[in-house]
Design a protein around this ligand. Structure first.
Ligand SMILES: *[C@@H]1O[C@H](CO)[C@@H](O)[C@H](O)[C@H]1NC(C)=O
Ligand SMILES: *[C@@H]1O[C@H](CO)[C@@H](O)[C@H](O)[C@H]1NC(C)=O
Ligand SMILES: *[C@@H]1O[C@H](CO)[C@@H](O)[C@H](O)[C@H]1NC(C)=O
Ligand SMILES: *[C@@H]1O[C@H](CO)[C@@H](O)[C@H](O)[C@H]1NC(C)=O
Ligand SMILES: *[C@@H]1O[C@H](CO)[C@@H](O)[C@H](O)[C@H]1NC(C)=O
Ligand SMILES: *[C@@H]1O[C@H](CO)[C@@H](O)[C@H](O)[C@H]1NC(C)=O
Ligand SMILES: *[C@@H]1O[C@H](CO)[C@@H](O)[C@H](O)[C@H]1NC(C)=O
Ligand SMILES: *[C@@H]1O[C@H](CO)[C@@H](O)[C@H](O)[C@H]1NC(C)=O
Ligand SMILES: *[C@@H]1O[C@H](CO)[C@@H](O)[C@H](O)[C@H]1NC(C)=O
Length: 826
């Protein structure tokens, strides 16, 4: 039987969507005085990549904006908005035209603002002063949408003369070829500013701008004033604070300063890649890449990485809690100022008191305080030096009606007047325990409500407990419990026998108990979290033993029970010494869980990169791991009934058993998770470094995608460090930036060395040369062959095993061309 490629669904998806090539032929790409853009009309760039027209954000009910979005993907994704803050109320009367009067590009229509009249007006204009527009026949200018997404206004007298361009006025998105920076001649900045909310493109609270003082550093600002993140200066290769952003497999980022401008630009290595970087509503800059296989945007990278590092993201009185979803919460006694905005992920309005403070002119008040522990205190407190005790601090706050909270620690009293921002919830395990509490001022009725709510909760619990006891009593009386027990047993034996699979079936309760209510999280991936647990196992003679297990709680798996059971029983039959074994599963409604054997020695990333404790895996151990992983993959690709492409080979998915043998985890997920697979795959930071180029270019995925990822992992095993961290960390002890500047992406540098024949330079310096030279050479060459651009040039996993075993000779590989773009091999 020919191997069935289980990822076929993804491949089909990729094939079933082909961008309409005819569109460009029939649609114009220009607007002129003679040919304005009216109503629903759009213009499309020459190759159909971008579209200019009017759009209405979903849910904005009848507000229209001039925008640019992608023409070759089915999800409307807007990269630029003209009239951000002055929407139109009507499409039919709208017109984008070149003004015959001064040659500007202008949008005319009915403004949506309530005060405006019912006659059309100019709501947006390229707004060039008449001095910078050519005086002869300004009405002959034309506006053209280019395949980069740049809308340009061209001089009618000389079309190589760009008068105005949208790249000079970005909205919230930077696309490749566009720039952020400063035009030194006009003093204009190219700044991206977040949308106000998901339905309103008006400028929001967050912006990204180059240092106005002239350095090459970029700042993220809150309310255009307060810096909450900085990129570090350009070192000539990378921004010092974010070397990984430039360590990009997709584009070459450069900062350039000339007498006319200073700006950063990204240039794609392969202009078929679709990627964008957007300053999100959350105040984070997020990079996405379009993955044709899943027809969706994949999150790639974000800065700042932690949501709560964005200043005041939760608005006045809001609490940022990294562990909650969404991250913004209101403190007790407060509610979102606008529930609607809050649900639209616009938290800037913050929270307000559910009941007002009772504060009299003469200072008398019935207000009290609620302690909030384990919080990071808001900024901008006012020290009250006169208050020497906590009681004095409290009364100092009570005396002033504008005082909202106080803290007293280390003999110091500080209070907050008016609104406070940037309060964060911390967790003791993040080393924050003992942080001074915040005493939040609440009205008497506010405190009373909280107390009642608390009592209500306790009351409920007591009631529930009483009910439980009563029911148990009833059950004990009758034979019903016996019956129920029999039914349960019968069901269990039935399901565990199904399809001859030896998998155990567990109830939700079984696994909740085994994992102590999912308390010990081992890790998590794109598909859900993994928890440690202990299960009782019945022995043959009826004695019982306990076994350690890892329980994976699958997230967002919308699959019927029957289908799930079928898929899982297939997975259960896949057994190999280098694969983690599936022991059982649970399918209780939406709660789907997989139970695996527990691997006591963690994952390969911890083993290779973890800690500076001086432990360094020996070459022998490393070579054993390489071979083991390769053999596990051969089994997946060729040994099973159906060919299984893992699709997510990376050190985190390679576990180590008692004997330090490698076991591949998480195989078969593509089939289980189906369409959501590649979304889940790339939501994790760093994963993309292991993804073969065909993932991003939209070709069907074959087993060679695993070969590519395996090659990337080989380099990490050889060097003992993350590919993305550049070389030289263990070696010369040079500082991070220099290392990154030296070579941004390890495999590129390493491939160069391998081709030169200098494999010794590639090995982990911590091994101090204690390697087997022939094995090292083989491993390096294999790794380099595995990461070739063309699938056909990569070996099969079976060939990889033969090569590593020394059965076949490995020729010197070429340097992969695509990676070569990344760094010039100096
Ligand atoms: C715009 O398109 C919508 C639907 O495609 C249509 O209902 C509407 O009549 C169009 N309006 C104009 C002004 O063409
Ligand atoms: C054009 O620019 C001026 C200031 O330079 C500004 O006041 C005006 O609102 C702008 N007009 C439009 C339509 O954007
Ligand atoms: C058109 O403009 C370009 C650049 O702005 C200039 O180099 C060129 O000489 C101009 N051509 C004519 C015919 O004026
Ligand atoms: C710019 O320089 C001035 C004076 O040196 C300094 O006060 C200011 O903080 C600097 N601004 C930024 C954004 O670094
Ligand atoms: C933002 O800044 C403006 C002035 O720059 C100020 O008027 C406004 O109150 C600020 N917004 C907040 C929420 O602090
Ligand atoms: C891709 O870039 C090359 C030059 O780098 C250019 O010639 C080609 O037209 C571009 N293709 C597309 C589809 O933009
Ligand atoms: C303050 O004013 C309230 C009424 O507004 C009054 O009941 C109270 O006695 C006053 N206290 C003092 C100390 O004057
Ligand atoms: C309350 O505090 C504010 C801010 O420090 C101050 O301006 C105000 O004068 C104070 N009011 C009283 C009654 O002390
Ligand atoms: C990146 O772009 C810069 C400027 O265009 C160029 O000098 C450099 O060689 C490029 N690097 C790569 C790896 O393409």
């Amino acid at each position: 039987m020919p191997p069935i490629i289980i990822i076929a669904t993804l491949a089909l998806l990729a094939l079933s969507y082909a961008p309409a090539p005819a569109a460009a032929a029939t649609t114009a790409d220009a607007v002129s005085a003679r040919r304005p853009l009216r109503g629903n009309d759009t213009i499309v760039s020459a190759q159909g990549k971008f579209v200019l027209g009017l759009f209405s954000p979903a849910g904005s009910s009848g507000r229209f904006y001039l925008g640019i979005w992608y023409g070759n993907i089915p999800v409307q994704t807007v990269i630029w908005v003209g009239n951000r803050a002055s929407p139109l109320s009507d499409v039919a009367s709208a017109e984008l035209r070149v003004s015959a009067h001064d040659g500007n590009l202008e949008l005319v229509g009915l403004a949506a603002s309530p005060s405006s009249s019912s006659t059309p007006s100019v709501v947006w204009s390229s707004n060039m002063s008449s001095t910078s527009l050519p005086s002869s026949s300004p009405g002959s200018n034309t506006a053209v949408i280019r395949d980069t997404g740049n809308l340009v206004l061209l001089d009618g007298g000389n079309s190589s003369n760009v008068l105005w361009q949208s790249f000079d006025h970005p909205t919230d998105t930077q696309v490749p070829e566009a720039w952020l920076g400063e035009n030194k001649l006009t003093g204009e900045y190219q700044t991206v500013t977040s949308w106000r909310n998901a339905q309103d493109p008006a400028p929001g609270m967050f912006s990204d701008t180059v240092d106005p003082n002239g350095s090459s550093e970029f700042f993220f600002l809150w309310n255009r004033s307060r810096t909450y993140w900085r990129s570090g200066v350009w070192t000539g290769r990378v921004f010092a604070g974010v070397p990984e952003a430039t360590n990009n497999v997709l584009f070459n980022q450069t900062y350039v300063e000339t007498p006319a401008y200073r700006r950063v630009t990204d240039v794609l290595y392969d202009n078929a890649t679709i990627t964008r970087t957007v300053l999100d509503l959350t105040g984070q800059m997020k990079q996405y890449v379009w993955v044709p296989a899943s027809q969706s945007w994949q999150f790639f990278w974000a800065a700042p990485t932690v949501q709560c590092d964005v200043y005041a993201v939760c608005g006045a009185f809001g609490v940022c809690d990294q562990r909650s979803q969404p991250s913004c919460q209101c403190p007790p006694g407060f509610a979102p100022a606008s529930e609607r905005d809050w649900t639209l992920s616009d938290w800037s309005g913050g929270c307000r008191r559910s009941s007002p403070l009772a504060c009299a002119r003469n200072g008398s008040t019935t207000d009290g305080f609620l302690p909030l522990n384990d919080v990071k205190l808001p900024d901008d407190s006012v020290a009250v030096s006169a208050a020497q005790s906590e009681a004095e601090c409290e009364s100092a706050c009570l005396k002033n009606c504008s005082c909202q909270a106080y803290t007293f620690s280390g003999g110091g009293c500080a209070v907050w007047h008016g609104e406070f921002r940037n309060l964060q919830q911390l967790y003791s395990d993040s080393g924050a325990s003992g942080s001074p509490g915040l005493y939040l001022r609440l009205s008497e009725s506010g405190l009373r409500d909280l107390r009642n709510a608390e009592k209500g909760k306790k009351g409920d619990r007591t009631l529930w407990l009483a009910l439980g006891i009563a029911l148990a009593g009833v059950a004990a009386l009758g034979a019903s419990s016996f019956l129920a027990w029999r039914i349960l047993l019968a069901r269990r034996s039935m399901s565990s026998n199904e399809k001859g699979s030896s998998l155990a079936v567990y109830s939700y309760g079984d696994l909740r108990a085994a994992t102590k209510n999912f308390s010990q999280r081992l890790g998590g991936g794109g598909f859900g979290s993994v928890y440690r647990g202990v299960l009782k196992q019945k022995g043959k003679k009826g004695d019982s033993a306990t076994i350690q297990v890892a329980v994976k709680k699958l997230e967002s798996l919308r699959q019927g029970d029957k289908q799930f059971r079928t898929e899982v029983s297939t997975l259960g039959q896949i057994q190999h010494v280098n694969l983690v074994r599936l022991l059982g599963f649970c399918s209780a409604g939406d709660d789907k869980m997989l139970v695996y054997e527990y691997m006591p020695n963690g994952s390969l990333d911890g083993y290779l990169f973890g800690g500076d404790s001086g432990s360094c895996p020996s070459w022998r151990d490393r070579y054993g791991i390489m071979l083991g992983v390769a053999r596990g993959l051969v089994y997946l690709h060729d040994g099973c009934h159906e060919c299984i492409i893992h699709c997510d080979i990376k050190p985190e998915n390679i576990l180590l058993d008692e004997g330090m043998s490698p076991r591949i985890a998480d195989f078969g997920m593509a089939k289980l998770v189906g369409r959501d697979f590649s979304r889940a795959l790339t939501t994790m930071r760093g994963t993309i470094g292991y993804l073969a180029p065909e993932w991003i270019s939209g070709q069907p995925i074959s087993a060679k995608a695993d070969v590519y990822s395996f090659g990337m992992v080989l380099f990490e095993i050889i060097s003992g460090q993350r590919n993305s961290e550049g070389h030289g960390r263990h070696g010369n002890g040079g500082d991070e930036v220099e290392a990154a500047g030296c070579s941004a992406f390890f495999p590129v540098w390493a491939a160069g060395k391998v081709v030169e024949g200098d494999v010794g330079a590639v090995a982990d310096a911590r091994l101090r040369g204690e390697v087997k030279a022939d094995e090292l050479e083989r491993a390096c060459r294999v790794a380099c062959w595995c990461i070739q651009d063309q699938e056909a040039h990569r070996p099969t996993m079976a060939q990889v095993v033969q090569a590593l075993e020394g059965v076949v000779r490995v020729h010197a590989p070429p340097v992969p061309r695509r990676l070569q773009h990344l760094v010039s091999l100096t």
